[in-house]
Design a binder for this molecule. Structure first.
Ligand code: NAD
Length: 266
């Protein structure tokens, strides 16, 4: 696919799994990888219908997609997703660990530890379970790319979200350590860290004029990110154009990490 800057991203003959691709970023990433030529495993947790819609759209536009369901925080379910992909689509070349939750805003000590554990289970254990299944297969093939969707909160502390920030920072270190471990096997492992991108996960923020205005003070560029901003970054990282990039994070945040409060001096 020729992207908006005229660059041709070619993922022909690659099989990709995008976890949590029935909504938000995952949905856009799945569609973009398919347009770039990849066969895509659309994955959902609880809502099959939107996953079917994404797959139908891809298939009716000449691409190839199939739907797989399961909870990424459940190891047995992850193993079963990968076995089904082996049978239905063939060996996996690209894994995008996108599924994630931010959890409820709770201050430490006033929180429910079950909620904390659940965020860690989905956002850190989930990518680990998926990556270990992917590595087993990619090792045999002698190539593969694993892309972990982290967040600016792998760097920026976020009060009320200790579990989410800890999971994303942990996932970033998982990226680096795994990249080191598999670098001689032809497997690359990278992170893509989105800033504030308009999706269902943060609708309560961008859907409210007061919190939306506050959010804009935290972004250097005068806009929120679009799902396509992330999909393009992921497709690039998955492609051979990024063949010498491993163990690092590509931040796609419109300058959220630039301390925008200092923009006007002070
Ligand atoms: P979203 O809520 O639209 O998507 C999250 C997806 O994860 C959904 O498809 C959901 O079904 C899936 N999921 C949740 N729990 C699951 C489980 N137990 N098993 C399997 N799948 C599960 O939100 P999004 O914004 O598209 O988020 C996608 C990823 O991007 C997340 O990892 C999120 O942390 C990250 N992210 C998003 C933003 C943003 O501004 N939107 C910023 C930084 C990072």
């Amino acid at each position: 696919m020729i992207n908006k800057t005229g660059i041709n991203i070619d993922l022909k003959d690659r099989v990709a799994l995008v976890t949590g691709s029935s909504s938000g970023l995952g949905m856009e990433i799945a569609k973009y990888l398919a347009k770039s030529g990849a066969t895509v495993a659309i994955h959902y947790h609880s809502q099959k219908q939107p996953a079917d819609q994404v797959a139908n759209e891809i298939n009716s536009n000449g691409g190839k997609a199939k739907v797989f369901g399961g909870d990424v925080s459940n190891r047995a379910e992850v193993e079963s997703i990968f076995k089904s992909i082996d049978v239905e689509l063939g060996p996996l070349d690209i894994l995008v660990n996108n599924a994630g939750i931010d959890g409820k805003r709770q201050l430490c000590g006033e929180d429910n530890p079950d909620d904390w554990e659940n965020v860690i289970a989905v956002d850190l254990m989930g990518p680990y379970y998926c990556a270990r299944e992917a590595v087993k297969r990619m090792k045999k093939a002698g190539h593969g790319v694993i892309i972990n969707i982290t967040s600016v909160h792998e760097y920026i502390p976020w009060s009320g979200y200790t579990a989410y920030s800890s999971a994303k920072a942990g996932l970033s270190m998982f990226t680096k350590t795994l990249a080191q471990e598999v670098s001689e096997l032809g497997i690359r492992v990278v992170s893509v860290a989105p800033g504030a991108i308009k999706t269902p996960i943060n609708k309560d923020v961008w859907g409210n004029p007061t919190t939306s205005k506050d959010l804009m003070t935290k972004i250097s560029m005068p806009r929120m990110g679009e799902t396509s901003d992330i999909a393009e970054a992921v497709a690039f990282m998955a492609s051979d154009m990024a063949s010498y990039i491993t163990g690092t994070t590509l931040v796609v945040d419109g300058g959220m990490l630039l301390y925008p409060a200092f923009k006007h001096g002070g």
